[in-house]
Design a protein around this ligand. Structure first.
Ligand code: 6GU
Length: 461
């Protein structure tokens, strides 16, 4: 690839002789020509600029000087492309020459653009200074059926296009075949196909200033490492680049991806929204009770009657019952997931009873694997519209972390109906395992539940 730069500060581009770009030039993969714009001036003072028509501050670069420079550079012969035969039939194909103009009012430069430009035969960079280049220059070459890109680095102002030109040359140059030694290192990077930021990287020493390399990276479980890295990418992207989350292809996100995003406050289905997971407040007994009554029937087996369910709700899910629990946050932990939009709607909740040994329903404490004094996750529900959003998993992890932070319990236990496969898989995925069975009364009907436990010292990513 041939790159030509026209500038009034050619020495800026000495940096291109260093490192990867320097080696690429030495190997003939890239050929870079830097030209002083003043070579094309025709007055004693080598003037390149003048005052703006219409008034205003600063100076504008003259189109006549730029026109002479660009005509010459854009028509200079190019070496034939290596490895490509000229087409034997059809119209003769000229080389692809792109005129790139750095300007703060240009299109933001992206990896997509860099990938596209890596296929050009020649890129000519016209570096403006002062208040820019007379607009007719870009318009002229565009109308001459040249490819013209006016590009910007971002929403801030530089003194001129030189630094931006260096950025484009490096971003494009490293995509030219052979420039980067290991082409695989191009694949996993930020902004590649997936649209996620990169995961954090670590190297030796293993312990530095009291900070350890994450344990999971030290083992050889490649699937677990890949999952951990993906989680870190998702969390980073959610926090730093919500605009990228908004553009993710949601069909490429599995349920754990969605749970991780929800934990970081972003849900993508059934629609994109921000979500806040927090402790319920004392005044919210009614709202939580309404959510509890709406969601409880979702997990009940089909043979329960409405009357049974209603009787249960009256006893356990009433506003006064939640008011009682919310007034006692030492023993009753209620977390809610709330939409951060105009509706402020609660879409999910967990209820965990810490208590002492009494808090655990007695029938759950029989089997060997369940310790006395396990925290009891009594409820984990998400309203049906938001099933599959990841909010349930995010709530569950927060509830477990909340128990862990309180330091009184070494296990979390729960019961779930034996017929509820979905729930069982969900808890299994979150590190719960079967510890026994119990009967659970809903109204007059005895239900068989699996009792599941998770040790809270076991760290989940
Ligand atoms: Cl391409 N040029 C200038 N002068 N300022 C910029 C820029 C370009 N991109 C961001 N700021």
């Amino acid at each position: 690839m041939r790159i030509d730069v026209v500038t009034i500060f050619p020495s800026y581009f000495a940096a291109l002789d260093l490192s990867l770009m320097g080696r690429a030039q030495a190997q003939g993969l890239l050929s870079v020509g830097v030209h002083d714009l003043r070579e094309w001036t025709d007055d004693r003072h080598r003037t390149v600029d003048d005052t703006p028509y219409g008034g205003g501050a600063g100076m504008v670069m003259r189109p006549d000087v730029w026109g002479r420079a660009l005509d010459e550079v854009l028509t200079a012969p190019l070496p034939p492309r290596e490895g490509t035969e000229p087409p034997s039939s059809g119209p003769p194909q000229g080389p692809r020459r792109v005129l790139a103009l750095p300007t703060p009012s240009g299109t933001p430069l992206t990896q997509r653009m860099a990938e596209d430009l890596a296929g050009a035969d020649q890129i000519v960079l016209a570096c403006g200074r002062y208040e820019g280049i007379d607009q007719r220059v870009a318009d002229h070459y565009r109308s001459e059926e040249h490819e013209v890109v006016e590009f910007s680095l971002g929403d801030y102002v530089l003194n001129g296009g030189e630094v931006a030109a260096l950025v484009l040359i490096e971003a494009v140059g490293r995509l030219v075949e052979g420039v980067v030694g290991n082409p695989e290192s191009l694949v996993e990077e930020s902004y590649s196909t997936e649209g996620l930021l990169e995961y954090p990287a670590y190297t030796k020493p293993r312990s530095w200033r009291g900070m350890e390399v994450p344990e999971i990276l030290l083992g050889g479980n490649h699937a677990a490492i890949a999952r951990w890295r993906r989680d870190r990418s998702l969390v980073r992207t959610a926090h730093r680049r919500p605009d990228l989350v908004a553009r993710l292809h949601t069909s490429h996100l599995d349920i754990q991806d969605r749970e991780v995003l929800a934990s970081a406050g972003r849900v993508v289905r059934p629609r994109r929204a921000e979500v806040l997971i927090r402790q319920a407040r004392e005044g919210e007994a009614r709202a939580v009770s309404e959510l509890a009554r709406a969601t409880f029937p979702l997990a009940c087996p089909a043979f329960l009657t409405e009357a049974d369910i209603e009787a249960f709700a009256e006893d356990h899910l009433s506003e006064s019952e939640f008011a009682r629990m919310l007034a006692d946050p030492d023993d009753h932990r209620v977390l809610v997931a709330q939409l951060k939009d105009g509706s402020q709607e609660l879409i999910g909740y967990t209820l965990t009873i810490l208590g002492g040994p009494d808090a655990m329903p007695a029938e759950m404490v029989r089997r060997g694997r369940l310790e006395l004094g396990a925290a009891y996750l009594s409820k984990c529900y998400v309203s049906s519209d938001w099933h599959g959003s990841g909010v349930a998993g995010a709530l569950l992890e927060r509830a477990v972390a909340d128990v862990a932070a309180r330091g009184r319990n070494s296990q979390v236990a729960l019961g779930t109906n034996i017929a509820n496969k979905r729930a069982r898989n969900f808890y299994r995925r979150h590190g719960f395992s079967l510890a026994g069975r119990r009967t659970f009364m809903v109204g007059e009907v005895a239900n068989i539940d699996d009792v599941l436990v998770r040790n809270i010292t076991v760290h989940q990513p």
